[in-house]
Design a protein around this ligand. Structure first.
Ligand code: HEC
Ligand code: HEC
Length: 240
Protein backbone atom coordinates (compact mmCIF):
# COMPACT_ATOMS: atom_id res chain seq x y z
CA UNK A 1 0.00 0.00 0.00
CA UNK A 2 2.74 2.39 1.09
CA UNK A 3 4.67 1.47 -2.01
CA UNK A 4 1.69 2.25 -4.19
CA UNK A 5 1.23 5.63 -2.63
CA UNK A 6 4.90 6.41 -3.02
CA UNK A 7 4.82 5.22 -6.63
CA UNK A 8 1.85 7.42 -7.32
CA UNK A 9 3.52 10.36 -5.60
CA UNK A 10 6.68 9.78 -7.60
CA UNK A 11 4.68 9.58 -10.79
CA UNK A 12 2.93 12.80 -9.87
CA UNK A 13 6.24 14.48 -9.20
CA UNK A 14 7.59 13.26 -12.52
CA UNK A 15 4.58 14.68 -14.33
CA UNK A 16 4.91 17.93 -12.41
CA UNK A 17 8.58 18.19 -13.32
CA UNK A 18 7.81 17.54 -16.98
CA UNK A 19 5.13 20.20 -17.01
CA UNK A 20 7.41 22.66 -15.24
CA UNK A 21 10.17 21.97 -17.74
CA UNK A 22 7.80 22.59 -20.62
CA UNK A 23 6.60 25.82 -19.08
CA UNK A 24 10.13 27.01 -18.33
CA UNK A 25 10.43 30.68 -19.15
CA UNK A 26 11.51 31.08 -22.73
CA UNK A 27 12.77 34.43 -23.91
CA UNK A 28 9.80 35.80 -25.78
CA UNK A 29 11.77 38.01 -28.12
CA UNK A 30 14.70 36.43 -29.92
CA UNK A 31 17.51 38.63 -31.11
CA UNK A 32 18.06 38.56 -34.87
CA UNK A 33 20.99 39.35 -37.11
CA UNK A 34 23.13 42.34 -36.11
CA UNK A 35 24.37 42.93 -39.66
CA UNK A 36 20.83 43.25 -40.98
CA UNK A 37 20.10 45.40 -37.93
CA UNK A 38 22.85 47.84 -38.85
CA UNK A 39 21.12 48.50 -42.18
CA UNK A 40 17.72 48.85 -40.56
CA UNK A 41 19.13 51.19 -37.94
CA UNK A 42 19.44 53.81 -40.68
CA UNK A 43 15.86 54.95 -40.00
CA UNK A 44 16.77 55.45 -36.34
CA UNK A 45 19.95 57.33 -37.25
CA UNK A 46 17.84 60.32 -38.21
CA UNK A 47 17.60 60.87 -34.46
CA UNK A 48 19.89 58.44 -32.58
CA UNK A 49 23.61 57.77 -32.35
CA UNK A 50 25.19 54.59 -31.09
CA UNK A 51 28.78 53.37 -30.80
CA UNK A 52 32.05 54.94 -29.76
CA UNK A 53 31.62 58.53 -28.63
CA UNK A 54 27.91 58.59 -29.47
CA UNK A 55 26.18 61.69 -28.15
CA UNK A 56 22.58 62.71 -27.74
CA UNK A 57 20.94 64.09 -30.87
CA UNK A 58 17.22 64.52 -31.51
CA UNK A 59 16.96 61.33 -29.43
CA UNK A 60 19.20 60.09 -26.61
CA UNK A 61 22.29 58.03 -27.49
CA UNK A 62 21.62 54.29 -27.42
CA UNK A 63 24.85 52.90 -25.94
CA UNK A 64 24.16 50.38 -23.16
CA UNK A 65 20.44 50.62 -23.83
CA UNK A 66 19.89 47.03 -22.63
CA UNK A 67 19.69 47.23 -18.86
CA UNK A 68 19.29 51.03 -18.86
CA UNK A 69 16.45 52.60 -16.89
CA UNK A 70 14.01 54.25 -19.32
CA UNK A 71 14.44 58.00 -19.62
CA UNK A 72 17.63 58.12 -17.58
CA UNK A 73 20.32 59.84 -19.69
CA UNK A 74 21.42 62.99 -17.83
CA UNK A 75 20.88 66.16 -19.76
CA UNK A 76 18.50 64.76 -22.34
CA UNK A 77 15.07 66.36 -22.32
CA UNK A 78 12.69 63.40 -22.23
CA UNK A 79 8.92 63.41 -22.26
CA UNK A 80 7.32 63.29 -18.82
CA UNK A 81 5.84 59.92 -19.72
CA UNK A 82 9.17 58.22 -20.39
CA UNK A 83 10.66 59.60 -17.19
CA UNK A 84 7.59 58.36 -15.30
CA UNK A 85 7.92 54.91 -16.88
CA UNK A 86 11.52 54.79 -15.67
CA UNK A 87 10.44 55.88 -12.18
CA UNK A 88 7.83 53.10 -12.23
CA UNK A 89 10.64 50.61 -12.85
CA UNK A 90 10.84 50.29 -16.62
CA UNK A 91 14.29 48.92 -17.44
CA UNK A 92 14.96 48.28 -21.12
CA UNK A 93 15.20 44.64 -22.10
CA UNK A 94 14.53 42.80 -25.34
CA UNK A 95 10.81 42.48 -24.61
CA UNK A 96 9.93 46.03 -23.75
CA UNK A 97 12.24 47.45 -26.42
CA UNK A 98 10.35 45.29 -28.90
CA UNK A 99 7.05 46.67 -27.61
CA UNK A 100 8.32 50.27 -27.80
CA UNK A 101 9.76 49.92 -31.29
CA UNK A 102 6.58 48.33 -32.61
CA UNK A 103 4.62 51.38 -31.52
CA UNK A 104 6.20 53.85 -29.09
CA UNK A 105 2.74 54.81 -27.79
CA UNK A 106 2.31 51.30 -26.38
CA UNK A 107 4.55 52.34 -23.53
CA UNK A 108 4.48 56.13 -23.49
CA UNK A 109 1.37 57.94 -24.69
CA UNK A 110 2.99 61.30 -25.30
CA UNK A 111 6.47 60.11 -26.08
CA UNK A 112 8.68 62.63 -27.84
CA UNK A 113 9.90 59.87 -30.14
CA UNK A 114 8.14 60.87 -33.32
CA UNK A 115 8.33 57.51 -34.99
CA UNK A 116 5.39 55.51 -36.27
CA UNK A 117 6.98 52.22 -35.32
CA UNK A 118 8.55 49.23 -36.97
CA UNK A 119 5.77 46.75 -37.69
CA UNK A 120 7.80 43.71 -38.79
CA UNK A 121 8.92 41.56 -35.81
CA UNK A 122 11.91 40.26 -37.80
CA UNK A 123 13.12 43.82 -38.50
CA UNK A 124 12.82 44.66 -34.82
CA UNK A 125 14.77 41.56 -33.80
CA UNK A 126 17.61 42.57 -36.15
CA UNK A 127 17.73 46.14 -34.81
CA UNK A 128 17.76 44.78 -31.26
CA UNK A 129 20.63 42.43 -32.09
CA UNK A 130 22.54 45.41 -33.47
CA UNK A 131 21.89 47.55 -30.37
CA UNK A 132 22.71 44.62 -28.11
CA UNK A 133 26.27 44.71 -29.42
CA UNK A 134 26.66 48.19 -27.87
CA UNK A 135 25.39 47.07 -24.48
CA UNK A 136 27.02 45.35 -21.53
CA UNK A 137 27.98 41.74 -21.06
CA UNK A 138 25.08 39.27 -21.29
CA UNK A 139 25.32 38.55 -17.56
CA UNK A 140 24.52 42.18 -16.83
CA UNK A 141 21.46 42.32 -18.97
CA UNK A 142 18.06 41.66 -17.45
CA UNK A 143 16.27 38.80 -19.12
CA UNK A 144 12.85 39.28 -20.58
CA UNK A 145 10.05 38.83 -18.07
CA UNK A 146 9.22 35.11 -17.94
CA UNK A 147 5.53 35.80 -18.26
CA UNK A 148 5.91 37.85 -21.41
CA UNK A 149 3.82 36.65 -24.29
CA UNK A 150 4.60 36.38 -27.97
CA UNK A 151 5.52 39.36 -30.10
CA UNK A 152 2.10 40.60 -31.17
CA UNK A 153 1.62 43.68 -29.01
CA UNK A 154 -0.30 45.92 -31.32
CA UNK A 155 -3.90 46.40 -30.38
CA UNK A 156 -6.51 44.50 -32.36
CA UNK A 157 -8.09 47.01 -34.80
CA UNK A 158 -11.50 45.64 -33.77
CA UNK A 159 -10.87 46.97 -30.25
CA UNK A 160 -9.83 50.37 -31.59
CA UNK A 161 -12.96 50.46 -33.73
CA UNK A 162 -15.40 50.11 -30.81
CA UNK A 163 -17.49 53.27 -30.56
CA UNK A 164 -17.66 54.16 -26.90
CA UNK A 165 -20.65 55.70 -25.16
CA UNK A 166 -19.53 58.89 -23.37
CA UNK A 167 -22.45 58.76 -20.92
CA UNK A 168 -21.43 55.30 -19.84
CA UNK A 169 -17.86 56.61 -19.62
CA UNK A 170 -18.98 59.44 -17.36
CA UNK A 171 -20.79 56.95 -15.15
CA UNK A 172 -17.58 54.88 -14.87
CA UNK A 173 -15.26 57.85 -14.42
CA UNK A 174 -15.94 58.41 -10.70
CA UNK A 175 -13.20 56.01 -9.69
CA UNK A 176 -10.70 57.61 -12.05
CA UNK A 177 -11.42 61.10 -10.72
CA UNK A 178 -10.25 60.16 -7.25
CA UNK A 179 -6.75 60.46 -8.77
CA UNK A 180 -6.90 62.12 -12.19
CA UNK A 181 -8.18 65.69 -12.25
CA UNK A 182 -11.31 66.50 -14.23
CA UNK A 183 -9.81 69.95 -14.90
CA UNK A 184 -6.89 68.28 -16.71
CA UNK A 185 -4.44 69.46 -14.03
CA UNK A 186 -1.29 67.39 -14.02
CA UNK A 187 0.17 67.25 -10.52
CA UNK A 188 2.11 64.05 -10.17
CA UNK A 189 -0.74 62.10 -11.71
CA UNK A 190 -0.93 62.64 -15.46
CA UNK A 191 -3.75 64.47 -17.14
CA UNK A 192 -6.04 62.20 -19.17
CA UNK A 193 -8.52 64.75 -20.52
CA UNK A 194 -8.82 65.86 -24.13
CA UNK A 195 -6.78 62.98 -25.51
CA UNK A 196 -7.42 61.48 -28.95
CA UNK A 197 -9.52 58.39 -28.25
CA UNK A 198 -7.11 55.97 -29.93
CA UNK A 199 -4.19 57.04 -27.69
CA UNK A 200 -6.33 56.65 -24.60
CA UNK A 201 -7.47 53.17 -25.65
CA UNK A 202 -3.91 52.07 -26.49
CA UNK A 203 -2.71 53.30 -23.08
CA UNK A 204 -5.47 51.52 -21.14
CA UNK A 205 -4.90 48.25 -22.99
CA UNK A 206 -1.15 48.56 -22.42
CA UNK A 207 -1.86 48.51 -18.67
CA UNK A 208 -4.40 45.71 -19.10
CA UNK A 209 -1.88 43.59 -21.00
CA UNK A 210 0.75 44.52 -18.40
CA UNK A 211 3.05 46.05 -20.97
CA UNK A 212 3.27 49.17 -18.80
CA UNK A 213 4.70 48.74 -15.32
CA UNK A 214 2.41 50.83 -13.09
CA UNK A 215 0.72 48.37 -10.68
CA UNK A 216 -2.35 50.41 -9.74
CA UNK A 217 -3.25 51.25 -13.32
CA UNK A 218 -2.72 47.60 -14.29
CA UNK A 219 -5.23 46.57 -11.68
CA UNK A 220 -7.75 49.23 -12.65
CA UNK A 221 -7.48 48.60 -16.40
CA UNK A 222 -7.50 44.85 -15.85
CA UNK A 223 -11.02 45.06 -14.46
CA UNK A 224 -12.42 47.06 -17.39
CA UNK A 225 -13.99 45.51 -20.49
CA UNK A 226 -13.16 46.71 -24.00
CA UNK A 227 -16.53 48.54 -24.13
CA UNK A 228 -15.93 50.22 -20.79
CA UNK A 229 -12.51 51.43 -21.93
CA UNK A 230 -14.07 52.77 -25.14
CA UNK A 231 -16.71 54.61 -23.10
CA UNK A 232 -14.10 56.16 -20.81
CA UNK A 233 -12.05 57.21 -23.84
CA UNK A 234 -15.09 58.90 -25.37
CA UNK A 235 -15.94 60.68 -22.12
CA UNK A 236 -12.44 61.93 -21.30
CA UNK A 237 -11.82 63.01 -24.90
CA UNK A 238 -14.69 65.48 -24.54
CA UNK A 239 -13.33 67.11 -21.35
CA UNK A 240 -11.09 70.09 -21.78
C1 HEC B 1 12.25 61.30 -35.34
C2 HEC B 1 13.29 60.98 -34.38
C3 HEC B 1 13.40 59.54 -33.90
C4 HEC B 1 13.46 58.37 -34.64
C5 HEC B 1 13.36 58.20 -36.14
C6 HEC B 1 13.66 57.31 -33.67
N1 HEC B 1 13.70 57.82 -32.40
FE1 HEC B 1 14.00 56.75 -30.69
N2 HEC B 1 13.71 58.45 -29.58
C7 HEC B 1 13.54 59.72 -30.10
C8 HEC B 1 13.27 60.65 -29.01
C9 HEC B 1 13.02 62.15 -29.13
C10 HEC B 1 13.30 59.87 -27.82
C11 HEC B 1 12.95 60.33 -26.40
C12 HEC B 1 11.48 59.96 -26.23
C13 HEC B 1 10.76 60.54 -25.01
O1 HEC B 1 11.33 61.32 -24.27
O2 HEC B 1 9.56 60.17 -24.85
C14 HEC B 1 13.58 58.50 -28.23
C15 HEC B 1 13.71 57.43 -27.34
C16 HEC B 1 14.14 56.16 -27.69
C17 HEC B 1 14.46 55.11 -26.76
C18 HEC B 1 14.39 55.20 -25.25
C19 HEC B 1 15.71 55.74 -24.76
C20 HEC B 1 15.84 55.99 -23.28
O3 HEC B 1 16.85 56.62 -22.90
O4 HEC B 1 14.97 55.58 -22.49
C21 HEC B 1 14.86 54.03 -27.51
C22 HEC B 1 15.30 52.69 -27.00
C23 HEC B 1 14.78 54.42 -28.90
N3 HEC B 1 14.34 55.72 -28.97
C24 HEC B 1 15.12 53.60 -29.96
C25 HEC B 1 14.89 53.92 -31.31
C26 HEC B 1 15.14 53.03 -32.41
C27 HEC B 1 15.78 51.65 -32.28
C28 HEC B 1 14.74 53.67 -33.55
C29 HEC B 1 14.69 53.13 -34.96
C30 HEC B 1 13.94 51.91 -35.15
C31 HEC B 1 14.27 54.99 -33.15
N4 HEC B 1 14.37 55.10 -31.78
C32 HEC B 1 13.80 55.97 -34.01
C33 HEC B 1 13.58 60.07 -31.43
C34 HEC B 1 13.56 59.17 -32.49
C1 HEC C 1 -5.19 55.49 -7.45
C2 HEC C 1 -4.99 56.54 -8.42
C3 HEC C 1 -5.49 56.28 -9.84
C4 HEC C 1 -6.76 55.91 -10.23
C5 HEC C 1 -7.97 55.58 -9.35
C6 HEC C 1 -6.75 55.90 -11.68
N1 HEC C 1 -5.50 56.24 -12.13
FE1 HEC C 1 -4.92 56.34 -14.10
N2 HEC C 1 -3.04 56.75 -13.52
C7 HEC C 1 -2.61 56.93 -12.24
C8 HEC C 1 -1.17 57.12 -12.22
C9 HEC C 1 -0.29 57.34 -11.00
C10 HEC C 1 -0.77 57.09 -13.58
C11 HEC C 1 0.67 57.19 -14.14
C12 HEC C 1 1.03 55.76 -14.34
C13 HEC C 1 2.29 55.47 -15.05
O1 HEC C 1 3.33 55.98 -14.64
O2 HEC C 1 2.22 54.69 -16.02
C14 HEC C 1 -1.97 56.86 -14.37
C15 HEC C 1 -1.98 56.74 -15.74
C16 HEC C 1 -3.12 56.70 -16.52
C17 HEC C 1 -3.16 56.79 -17.96
C18 HEC C 1 -1.95 56.98 -18.87
C19 HEC C 1 -1.44 58.38 -18.76
C20 HEC C 1 -0.26 58.68 -19.61
O3 HEC C 1 0.19 59.85 -19.62
O4 HEC C 1 0.24 57.77 -20.32
C21 HEC C 1 -4.46 56.69 -18.34
C22 HEC C 1 -5.00 56.76 -19.75
C23 HEC C 1 -5.23 56.52 -17.14
N3 HEC C 1 -4.38 56.53 -16.05
C24 HEC C 1 -6.61 56.37 -17.11
C25 HEC C 1 -7.33 56.08 -15.96
C26 HEC C 1 -8.74 55.77 -15.95
C27 HEC C 1 -9.63 55.75 -17.17
C28 HEC C 1 -9.09 55.51 -14.65
C29 HEC C 1 -10.43 55.09 -14.11
C30 HEC C 1 -11.01 53.91 -14.70
C31 HEC C 1 -7.88 55.70 -13.84
N4 HEC C 1 -6.84 56.04 -14.66
C32 HEC C 1 -7.83 55.57 -12.46
C33 HEC C 1 -3.39 56.89 -11.10
C34 HEC C 1 -4.72 56.50 -11.05
Amino acid sequence: MAVTVRTIRALGLAILLTVTALAAPARAVELGDAKAGEQLFRVCKACHRVGNGAENAVGPHLNRIFGRVAGSIEGFRYSEGLVRAGADGLVWDADNLDIYLENPKNLVSKTRMNFAGMPDPADRSHVLAYLRAFSDKPSNIPEAAPTATATDHNLDPAILAIVGDPDYGEYLSGECLTCHQKSGANEGIPSITGWPKADFVVAMHAYKKELRPHPVMRMIAGRLSDEEIAGLAAYFEGLD
